[in-house]
Design a protein around this ligand. Structure first.
Ligand SMILES: NC(=O)C1=CN([C@@H]2O[C@H](COP(=O)(O)OP(=O)(O)OC[C@H]3O[C@@H](n4cnc5c(N)ncnc54)[C@H](O)[C@@H]3O)[C@@H](O)[C@H]2O)[C@@H](O)CC1
Ligand SMILES: [K+]
Length: 531
């Protein structure tokens, strides 16, 4: 499956291109969507395929409602007892939805949606939410939300979107943005941006029904800026870290420098250093102030240790041009001294990861972005992001009153453009963007939820993985997006009970799996005849 994340407008453009090419009609696409939805439901709950039950289908005034009428017809054809309710006026349905409404009317009744709660007394086994999909443009009426909420139970399936949720952002439209929670969301054609970020608590799973639009996708290279980080892509993006030549020297594999905080505050940087080493940096050095040297020396073995006491000492250290990636922030504190170190690191033109306290220091400056350059990576969490980009954060936080709503992808992209470097905006939906508008989402949601990753020090490890990848020659955007994925994979490899120290140690198992997929990937690409 492709890892594109589409906006609603992009999805519409694809559908329209397919229709304009004469390859398919809108009605056929709607049939594919409805038939595919029933297949997906039965794949999810095979017991439903074996024993037809009762279904309630809630249809809306647009093509999402049209999909609902198809689902109703297909279920009835399989022996289900189906009740259909419509929100709005049948006379005003768009043409394809209208055709499917008429087809359903040959099989059964359509009642007004306001009557739908009565159907609960007949104990439906399955409820289909086909009220709104990608065409949602304003908040749900309160009465409609109440009706939908009556059906919040185990087997509620939303077609394309949980009605009320904007597919460009994953946000619920409205002042208080109350969410409707289906058990399953069936995305048509592709996952949309809103399936990967925003209010990710809203469903337990998203599956995709293929509408066979790959030809239209292929004809639009560069049209899609948003991607979801998936396993198959990492195999390619991380190829530099699998290319250690047998005769290679450790310096050929990069030298990462991680600055620690003072005495009693070096743990965060040591975690980052361990992660940078585990991900494959040839050498990793922790640089510590004099007072913290003993503390670090007692803890570090493979990671080297150097002393720095001020910005001048750092500048002297950076005369060694084998040091090719720096990490500043974890445990460093917020002070004028850290600010001076930041200046030296940025002026050196090296690849620099700025995390934690370094971001707070940066945000305190009159012109936070003047020294940043394209080799920097910023890794803010929500609070740090709001300090650095207060206007963007405020826009993202304001209630979304109309679709398409401002998304976390939009916000991160705007931040990266302003900062002039890659930004990784953390969260259960981590978004990575570069200054040219490329963006990726790593969502730790649905079947990739790893709540145990929210543990002290986990962010320091992420900063270390990015730094290690940078030192190995992975470009900033790919280093940040790959690190987000690896970090989550490491959490899965370990499982619950994880503490930050476990994350670097879990990386080799993740890399082993990637390496074997890498070999398979290379075997496929080299055996394929060139075109
Ligand atoms: N040919 C196509 O375009 C296909 C479309 N498909 C389905 O079509 C959906 C998109 O269809 P539409 O663009 O018609 O959009 P929707 O079906 O999501 O709804 C749009 C309609 O709802 C109204 N509306 C929006 N927000 C409202 C609110 N809060 N309260 C009351 N009315 C509101 C709009 O004025 C418009 O009439 C997709 O999500 C997908 O389910 C699929 O059938 C695949 C093929
Ligand atoms: K829906």
């Amino acid at each position: 499956m492709s890892n594109l994340l589409l906006t609603a407008a992009q999805m519409r453009a694809l559908e329209q291109a397919a229709i304009d090419s004469g390859r398919v009609t809108g009605l056929e696409l709607m049939e594919r969507a409805g038939v595919g939805a029933v297949d997906a439901i039965f794949a999810e709950w095979p017991e439903m395929a074996a024993a037809p039950g009762r279904a309630v289908v809630l249809c809306g005034p647009g093509n999402n409602g049209g999909d609902g009428f198809v689902v109703a017809r297909v279920l009835a054809g399989k022996g289900w007892d189906v009740e259909v309710f419509l929100y709005g006026d049948a006379e005003r349905l768009p043409p394809d939805a209208r055709v499917n409404y008429e087809r359903w009317c040959e099989l059964g009744k359509v009642l007004p949606l306001g009557d739908a709660p009565d159907a609960i007394e007949r104990f439906p086994d399955l409820t289909i939410d086909a009220v709104f999909g990608s065409g949602l443009s304003r908040p749900l009426e309160a009465s409609l939300f109440r009706t939908l909420s009556c059906f919040s139970q185990q087997f509620v399936v939303s077609l394309d979107a949980p009605s009320g949720c904007d597919l460009d952002s994953g946000r619920v439209l409205g002042e208080d943005g109350q969410a409707f929670h289906p058990a399953l969301v069936i995305a048509f054609g592709h996952r949309k941006v809103g399936h990967a970020c925003g209010d990710l608590e809203r469903a337990s799973k998203v599956v995709v029904v293929d509408l066979q639009l790959s030809r239209e996708i292929a004809g639009r290279a560069g049209f899609f800026a948003e991607r979801e980080i998936v396993h198959a892509v990492q195999v390619r993006a991380l190829s530099p870290i699998f290319s250690k030549r047998n005769d290679g020297h450790k310096y050929d594999h990069g030298h990462a420098l991680i600055l620690t905080g003072g005495m009693g505050r070096t743990g965060a940087a040591r975690l980052a250093a361990r992660a940078a080493l585990r991900i494959g940096a040839g050498l990793v050095t922790c640089a510590a102030p004099g007072a913290a040297m003993m503390e670090c020396a007692a803890q570090l073995t493979a990671v080297m240790l150097r002393r720095y006491d001020n910005a001048e000492a750092l500048a002297a250290m950076l005369e060694d041009d084998r040091i090719n990636a720096l990490c500043l922030g974890p445990g460093m504190g917020v002070s004028a001294r850290v600010s001076a170190l930041l200046d030296v690191a940025l002026a050196s033109g090296r690849q620099v990861v700025l995390d934690a306290d370094a971001l707070t220091v940066l945000a305190g400056r009159d012109d936070p972005f003047s020294l940043l350059h394209s080799k920097c990576v910023l890794t803010p969490h929500g609070g740090e992001f709001a300090r650095l980009f207060p206007d963007i954060a405020a826009r993202l936080k304001a209630p979304a009153m109309s679709g398409p709503a401002y998304s976390k992808v939009d916000a991160t992209r705007d931040a990266a453009a302003r900062a002039g470097c890659t930004v990784l905006f953390k969260g259960p939906d981590t978004v990575i963007a570069d200054p040219n508008g490329k963006a990726a989402v790593n969502s730790a949601a649905y079947d990739r939820a790893a709540p145990w990753l929210a543990t002290a020090g986990s962010g320091d490890v992420l900063a270390g993985i990015i730094t290690g990848l940078l030192s190995r020659g992975v470009p900033p955007y790919h280093a940040a997006s790959s690190a987000a994925w690896l970090h989550l994979e490491a959490a899965f490899a370990f499982g619950p009970g994880l503490i930050a120290e476990d994350l670097p140690e879990a990386l080799p198992a993740v890399l082993r799996r990637l390496a074997s997929d890498q070999a398979a990937f290379e075997a496929v690409t080299t055996s394929r005849p060139s075109t």
